[in-house]
Design a protein around this ligand. Structure first.
Ligand SMILES: NC(=O)c1ccc[n+]([C@@H]2O[C@H](COP(=O)([O-])OP(=O)(O)OC[C@H]3O[C@@H](n4cnc5c(N)ncnc54)[C@H](OP(=O)(O)O)[C@@H]3O)[C@@H](O)[C@H]2O)c1
Length: 360
């Protein structure tokens, strides 16, 4: 699909990963609806998109309100035409143990991170399904598969979004719709999240390594819009974490209990005047990056394997064939009696009273 005439809506586009996604689509000449709450960030993002050759409108929206999303989608379509790609990216979180989190904070993080994506998906489906075209991209996380300490509300929201996405996808398949829904699972990225997330701990928040710059995730989102894949892993860490958790969940519990608090906090104390973005946006333009530029990688080998899945599968297939042919060559020496032809002959010989596997 060419993006020369695509109309892309991105939630959480005023800062961080969403803003990087907006830049990436702008470089493809897309028309973009930038959705978030903070006007300073939205306006700065709009100017950036225009300087990159795209067209954009900034729409102040709280994704926890489905009516605001509906109105925003109408506005984007009036300005640019039918929406072709919708990216659910906005998030809010509370960094604290559950025992020190208030019920209304969990509710709000869930309303933004989970329900915001649900409402966004429904808003997009209402437009895309009757036209039988369009792609919805859910920005996921490895934490959709593994809960971390101090991030219960966020991890639960991402887990819920994963199930919701699977249900929607099966319904679209059932209806033989050409509308697609894909999930792009992100590793840790260097975004303002680690500065403005509500934090009840004494020390500043940091991402668990390995860490990537948001452009790595953004590139994967643009790639997901072009390719028919149900899930895309960005970074080998997301694959490994999922695998290890599947095989050894209790060991991962103990590992995270021992290391998870330290791993996610810096040595620096929290600034008591630092505002958070749970209920309202933090004033000013916060751009794409968080404070960890020197630690963040700009490329992901995991994304290379995703892009070149054909080559990887061919390499694995050729390796398997080579191993099989080596084993077959060594087999006759090990077996008493006839060689390879004889082996097939032996397999073909029916047991007394039975038909053989070759149907004779
Ligand atoms: N950074 C990571 O390590 C990481 C790892 C895995 C997955 N992800 C995923 O990547 C996505 C972006 O994360 P990020 O790190 O870029 O977050 P971020 O830096 O905190 O940016 C969040 C964005 O969401 C917007 N937002 C927050 N509350 C909103 C609301 N109620 N309504 C509308 N917009 C709202 C913010 O803008 P306003 O405040 O102006 O509204 C901002 O544009 C999320 O889905 C996250 O789960 C991130």
């Amino acid at each position: 699909m060419s993006h020369s005439r695509s109309v892309v809506v991105i939630t959480g586009a005023s800062a961080g990963h969403g803003r990087a996604v907006a830049r990436a689509f702008a470089r493809r000449g897309a028309d973009i609806g930038l959705l978030a709450r903070g006007r300073d960030g939205l306006e700065a993002a709009r100017r950036e998109i225009e300087s990159l050759g795209g067209r954009a409108i900034a729409v102040p929206v709280d994704v926890a309100d489905p009516q605001q999303l509906e109105a925003a989608a109408d506005l984007v379509e009036r300005e640019f035409g039918p929406i072709t790609v919708w990216v659910n990216n906005a998030m809010a979180s509370v960094f604290a143990p559950v025992m020190r989190t208030r019920p209304e904070e969990i509710k709000r993080a869930t309303e933004v991170t989970y329900l915001g994506a649900v409402y966004g998906t429904m808003t997009a489906l209402r437009r895309m399904v009757p036209r039988d075209r369009g792609t919805i991209i859910e920005v996921g996380s490895v934490q959709a598969y593994r809960g971390m300490p101090l991030q219960a509300a966020y991890c639960a929201a991402k887990q819920a979004l994963r199930s919701f996405t699977e249900s929607v996808r099966t319904e679209l398949l059932h209806d033989k719709s050409h509308v697609r829904v894909a999930m792009v699972r992100m590793p840790a990225m260097n975004t303002p999240q680690f500065v403005w997330t509500r934090n009840r701990m004494s020390h500043k928040v940091r991402p668990a390594p390995p860490l990537y710059q948001p452009e790595v995730g953004a590139e994967a989102v643009v790639w997901a819009a072009d390719h028919d894949r149900r899930e895309i892993e960005v970074g080998v860490s997301t694959v490994l974490a999922r695998l290890v958790n599947k095989l050894l969940p209790a060991a991962v519990d103990r590992y995270l209990a021992r290391t998870g608090y330290r791993m996610q906090q810096t040595e620096e104390f929290v600034d008591p005047d630092q505002p958070d973005n749970l209920w309202k946006p933090v004033e000013g333009d916060h751009g794409v990056y968080g404070p960890f530029n020197e630690k963040a990688a700009t490329r992901s080998p995991g994304m290379w394997t995703t892009r070149h899945r054909g080559i990887m599968l061919a390499a694995v297939g050729m390796g398997a064939l080579a191993a099989l042919s080596l084993a077959a060559r060594r087999l006759p020496g090990r077996l008493p009696g006839p060689g390879r032809a004889g082996l097939r002959g032996r397999l073909a010989t029916p047991m007394p009273g039975r038909r053989s596997v070759w149907g004779t």
